[in-house]
Design a protein around this ligand. Structure first.
Ligand SMILES: Nc1nc2c(c(=O)[nH]1)N[C@H]1C(S)=C(S)[C@@H](COP(=O)(O)O)O[C@H]1N2
Ligand SMILES: [Mo]
Length: 436
């Protein structure tokens, strides 16, 4: 390293950045982590890494360098040291397979959820579908009803789309009077993001020939719940997809094998798994999951039906409950933001319970209706600190505070919780969920 780029320069840059406070509570300018300008300075200045000298002294030959490693396997698995990175789930009493399994966001990074960790919500277990026997029927108000085998569908032009899916019931505990205790997985784990590949629904509808008066479609699953939802024809003709692949491989059985309906940005319940039927109609079918369930209870006790997009929301994944703070100093606050109405435009972070905010850096590429990773540099002074994130999407919509959400919807609201949530970092380094 030349003198101008050397450790002296980096240390100075760190000092300057430390002074470049973006908001109260130790939040630093978002540029601090960008471009690696602080590589040496971060290590030297804050003790995040072992110093080079000490490392050189400790450079011995570890056991795994002394013998050849293990053999190849047909389908790879995560390291045995990552055995805690799993979904967590509870079954509804006496109903095997019914319930949900949650994504461990506090143990992951980036924006794509590995297939084995994508959250799952199933109303009647995971059907064991023979892909050769499965059929997709497109019928109702069409000129030509059509039946597709998986083989036939695979010959259509395909597209890929990175999209989040969030259950309408994600985070619903936060409507409660007292802050539920749990980690990001337990409280917010019913959201995941994958690259989905398949055939646009509009291609199949065009081939079937939709009647001019049609305005809705009914999607039905091949599970024993026969789970069904009505979808506006406009969405079906827009970015709706019959997804056959998930992160490059066939959709997992738990996520809809051999095909599911993908409705980017819409509540998870409508994205019918194990899809077997699309019926074109001129009115919604008023099935159970859009009448008795998945409606939005409002303040005056009436229910709002057909509230489809999941609105802008963010959660901090690091630090978060279950992760340990190792003394004061420099940390990265990082998390996920998403909006069913477009792209994330900005995320602001607060380390003083919402009194002051600083703009976080967004990881590129920022994609519409996909999870977006945000990052913020933070110099923790070792004292109590309530951490919050607030997302704004490309429509200008700003994630509301929990208080505002409840004032608007009433205390009995259940679905679509997207209020700002808070982690409190205690002086002992323990992190808990609070209402700040
Ligand atoms: N056929 C069928 N589709 C279904 C469900 C179901 O139980 N059966 N659950 C729905 C619900 S409530 C959600 S939130 C999403 C979850 O999708 P995932 O399990 O792939 O994460 O699937 C939806 N599609
Ligand atoms: Mo759901």
């Amino acid at each position: 390293m030349g003198k101008t780029n050397g450790r002296d320069g980096s240390e100075r840059a760190l000092d300057e950045a430390m002074e470049d406070r973006a908001a109260g509570g130790g939040l630093l300018d978002r540029r601090i982590f960008l471009g690696g300008a602080l590589g040496g300075g971060v290590a030297a200045g804050t003790g995040l890494a072992v110093s080079t000298q000490a490392e050189a002294q400790g450079l011995t030959v570890p056991p795994w360098m002394k013998a050849p490693g293990s053999n190849f396997v047909g389908y790879g698995q995560p390291s045995k040291h990552e055995a805690k990175t799993v979904r967590t789930f509870a079954h509804a009493p006496n109903v095997p397979g019914t319930g949900s399994a949650r994504t461990p966001h506090h143990l992951l990074n980036g924006t794509i959820t590995p297939n084995g960790l994508h959250f799952e919500r199933s109303h009647s277990g995971i059907p064991d579908i023979d892909p050769d026997a499965h059929r997709l029927l497109v019928h109702g108000m069409v000129k030509r009803p059509l039946t597709f085998t998986l083989e036939a569908l695979a010959r259509y032009p395909m597209e890929s789309q990175i999209a989040f899916i969030e259950c309408g019931g994600n985070s619903l505990g936060l409507y409660g009077e007292k802050p539920p205790q749990g980690n990001a997985q337990a409280l917010h784990g019913l959201v995941s993001c994958a690259e989905w590949t398949g055939v646009r629904l509009k291609v199949l509808l065009a081939e079937a020939g939709v009647a001019p008066k049609a305005s809705w479609v009914l999607a039905e699953g091949a599970d024993s719940a026969g789970m069904s939802r009505s979808v506006p024809l406009a969405k079906a003709m827009d970015d709706a997809m019959i997804a056959l692949y998930q992160n490059g491989e066939r959709v997992r059985p738990s996520n809809g094998y051999p095909m599911r309906l993908l409705l980017p940005g819409y509540e998870g319940n409508m994205q019918v798994k194990w899809l077997r039927r699309i019926k074109v109609m001129d009115a919604p079918a008023m099935v159970r999951d859009e009448t008795s369930k998945y409606t939005l209870l409002t303040k005056d006790g009436t229910s709002q039906q057909f509230f489809f997009p999941m609105e802008a929301k963010s959660i901090i994944t690091h630090p978060s409950p279950g992760l340990t703070m190792r003394g004061k100093g420099l940390y990265e606050i990082s998390g996920l933001a998403w909006s069913g109405n477009g792209k994330i435009a900005r995320v602001d972070v607060s380390a003083d319970g919402g009194k002051s905010w600083a703009r976080a850096a967004l990881q590129e590429p920022v994609l519409s209706k996909a999870l977006t990773r945000f990052r913020m540099a933070w110099n923790w002074d070792g004292g109590p600190a309530p951490l919050q994130a607030r997302a704004t999407d490309s429509s200008g919509y700003v994630q509301p505070t929990r208080a505002k959400l409840i004032a608007d919807r009433g205390a009995k609201a259940f679905y679509h919780f997207n209020g700002i949530s808070s982690w409190s970092v205690g002086a002992n380094g323990e992190i808990v969920h609070v209402y700040a």
